[in-house]
Ligand binder design. Sequence first.
Ligand SMILES: C[S@@+](CC[C@H](N)C(=O)[O-])C[C@H]1O[C@@H](n2cnc3c(N)ncnc32)[C@H](O)[C@@H]1O
Length: 369
Amino acid sequence: MKMGEMQETLEFKKNIGFARCENKARLAILELAHMMSVPMSLMAVINLKVPEAIWQGGSNDPLSAADILQRIRPHNGRSDSENLQRLLRLLTSYDIFVEHLSSSGQRKYSLSDVGKTLADDDQGLSYAYYMLQHHQDALMRAWPLVGEAVEDPRREPFKKANHESAIEYYTKRPEEMKLIHNSFTGMCVPFMREMLEAYDGFQGVETLVDVGGNSGICLRMIMDKHPNVRKGINYDLPEMVAHAPHIPGVSNVGGNAFQSVPPGDAIFIKWAILAWTDEEAKQVFENCYRALPKDGKMIVCEPVLPEQTDESHRTRALLGGDIFVMTMYRTKGKHRTEQQFKHLGISTGFPHFSVFYIDSYLAVLEFQK
Ligand SMILES: C[S@@+](CC[C@H](N)C(=O)[O-])C[C@H]1O[C@@H](n2cnc3c(N)ncnc32)[C@H](O)[C@@H]1O
């Protein structure tokens, strides 16, 4: 090849390379622009009870969209299986369903491992409630205002959209509160099962205080697994413990952890610190320090942000949750890194700090006096 021809070929290849990069970038931005189709389609199939229709107590046999409609809307002559199939195809590409394509072109769908988390288990629990709760009308009104948390962080987008805080809003609406309880329980139980299998930090504890314990479900699971914990104190805001069920061995105590924390041998806090500003978290840590005996420990289960930002599911789930907190609960509440937690502990008198990554979303953080 002559010199001139070689240069031309190189130039041509470079142009194709640029075009490919540009093409990839344009495709990525279109995927993001259409992203809303994903949660909305997911909400639609949850509301239509598609996961249960396929799961049917664990059979998970592949079904066509028409078969699914036959199960969920047997008497609706107007329901449209083609439109259901369009939702199922999109969600297959997000790993919610598995598509079984026959040689004749017929499509059938079963649940993937991700999809199975949406079907109620034998206790009526699933992640579907978490999904539904995260897309309630009041939250959907707040999302378009997320940028205002940057312009002026003094009021949460949720409060701007709904004229009251999320806690005020939901405590006035028992039906929506029920969904929140189901959502917390659906997320809490699988985590607690796994955590209690792998973590043995409750040994020797007789009185355990759960700060922000909500329904007391975590305490119940800890006490079932560790009979040495004979007394549980479920400590939460008065309006929350007012709805907490009776659990043998557990006292429901209403109060505000910013003001004080009841004494115990150990303190448990799960999935609550994220809604507090650094100053509030520090205040609660100081109150916990005062409530613990010498050598006492605080066991915290919270999302822990990685230092590096990457494209993994874990990083995306954690960073997405961080923006949720900023929009709905507190603009300066946040998901924190391991270093931020360590610093929080040291600045409030806890010299010993260990982290156990048992679950990929919530880590177990031990703060010892
Ligand atoms: C996301 S929920 C987690 C509930 C439970 N720990 C779990 O993991 O399922 C956070 C809880 O913290 C409680 N909480 C928030 N601020 C509080 C405060 N200042 N004092 C006590 N509890 C508080 C809320 O009422 C709520 O029940």
